[in-house]
Design a protein around this ligand. Structure first.
Ligand SMILES: [Zn+2]
Length: 458
């Protein structure tokens, strides 16, 4: 603590002020040497670049000075109580800690380290109070870097990160940290807590309009491959379904997001996950609309989790099936094709399902392909007849199509998961989906805190 001794007559803020002044002088010298040496005329961009290159060292040193003064007592300490048993331990050694924050490099010289022989446990009170990571790049860097790779491909992300922040980390560091944080992105933390959900419901409920809680489920296909063992060729990839749901509140003039969750998983896991989320929602005071396509397993889980929900067959999925038959039967884009689609959708809008089925049964199929599609459509409508009541939905303020889940799928899944050439190992893919959901749900901070807490305690 040479510096502290130099300013012993002053208090900590005063010493800090002096140290910063020294750092400013060093920095100014550097700038003067660069800019005023000859008759060169640097451009604005060049001057800005010079600041970018020099500010990290400057701010890193300032941060270091601040820590040394704010926590001078911890640096000088000779004895500390073991955090496990309370026994007083004498300082063992004082290793320095070279670290990097978003501000720049800092070196904590001579921070005392203790060891309790009874507990076989080593500890550093300064590390604990500052929450210092054992990694060189500190938690503020780890948090931003993980968020960055949640948005862009792993390869090349460190280059952009360095360019935008001035902070250099490797692709490998970003990938490894992402996987470590991802391990803490479990459903329990990615989904907002009961209180937060109640607050969001309250927000929409304030108007006279009685809002509808919409539960929309869907699948999106993700390219996956098996995890290759060392020296083994990567296995052949296959597309797996990421099953997901998005829950939101539909008010008169706005939508409030409640929760999104997507995972590459089977139907049973999907049901378990939906059930956990349902248990956090105050269902008694809400009108509930369930949106989905025709899959039976999906309705089974949605109705089990939201028993009083109004079941609505997704209008856009339904319309897609109608179009398919029209194309095969009447030819793409023909007048007859368009007329039939319009009249059929109008009948369905007025819940005349029997009428539509009757017409389909009397249709003379164009060919075998059309015959098969007509047969499938009859089955589909028959199977979902109690879920087709679009006019009533509209009047009641319920949604008729899951535009919401479609765009959530696009945002959460497609934009990151379906990049060309990207094949996902299921576990990593699920971590990616979970972290992206956390960002979307506003819970990323709490997921990261859990990772940090775990890192600190081991
Ligand atoms: Zn102890």
């Amino acid at each position: 603590m040479g510096l502290a001794a130099r300013f012993f007559e002053q208090d900590a803020p005063g010493r800090f002020r002096h140290m910063i002044h020294d750092e400013v002088d060093k920095w100014v010298d550097k700038i003067i040497d660069e800019v005023f040496v000859d008759d060169k005329e640097p451009t604005l961009e060049e001057l800005s670049q010079l600041f970018s290159e020099t500010k990290r060292e400057f701010f890193g040193a300032c941060l270091q000075a601040l820590i040394e003064q704010k926590y001078a007592g911890l640096f000088d300490q000779q004895y500390a109580a073991c955090t496990k048993c309370g026994k007083m331990c004498k300082k063992r050694r004082d290793p320095s800690k070279k670290m990097e924050t978003m501000q720049g490099p800092s070196d904590l010289k001579g921070r005392p380290w203790y060891y309790c022989v009874d507990c076989s446990y080593g500890f550093s009170p300064l590390d604990k109070v500052l929450e210092i990571s054992r990694k060189k790049h500190q938690f503020d860097v780890q948090k931003k870097s993980t968020k960055t790779v949640a948005e862009m491909p792993f390869s090349g992300s460190s280059e952009l990160f360095a360019e935008l922040t001035g902070h250099r980390i490797s692709d490998h560091f970003m990938h490894a940290t992402f996987e470590e944080v991802g391990a803490y992105a479990c459903l329990e933390d990615v989904i907002p807590g009961r209180q937060e959900i109640a607050k969001r419901c309250q927000e929409v409920n304030e108007s006279a309009w009685h809002p509808v809680l919409v539960v929309a489920s869907d699948g999106a296909h993700v390219p996956t491959r098996a995890k290759a063992k060392r020296d083994e060729k990567r296995g052949k990839g296959r597309w797996q379904e990421a099953k997901g749901f998005r829950i939101y509140l539909l008010g008169k003039d706005r939508i409030v997001h409640v929760a999104s969750w997507h995972q590459i998983q089977n139907e049973e896991q999907f049901g378990n996950d939906l059930s956990l989320v349902a248990s956090r929602i105050p269902q008694a005071n809400l009108r509930i609309g369930l949106l989905g396509d025709g899959a039976d397993w999906l309705w089974k889980h949605m109705t089990a989790c939201f028993p009083k929900g109004r079941q609505i067959l997704d209008y856009f999925h339904c319309a897609e099936h109608i179009h398919q038959v029209a194309r095969l039967q009447y030819g793409e884009g023909t007048q007859k094709c368009l007329e039939w689609v319009e009249s059929t959708l109008t009948r369905l809008f007025y819940a005349e399902v029997d009428n539509v089925i009757w017409g389909l049964q009397r249709m003379k199929p164009n060919d075998e392909l059309a015959k098969e599609e007509i047969r499938k459509l009859i089955g589909y409508l028959d199977n979902n007849r109690q879920r087709i009541h679009y006019r009533g939905d509209r009047i009641g303020g319920y949604p008729i199509g899951s535009g919401g889940i479609e765009s959530a799928n696009k945002f959460i899944s497609h934009t990151r998961m379906k990049r060309s050439g990207a094949w996902w190992v299921k576990e990593t893919g699920n971590e990616m989906l979970a972290i992206r959901c956390a960002i979307y749900n506003g819970t990323y901070g709490q997921v990261f805190d859990k990772y940090k807490k775990e890192q600190m305690s081991t």
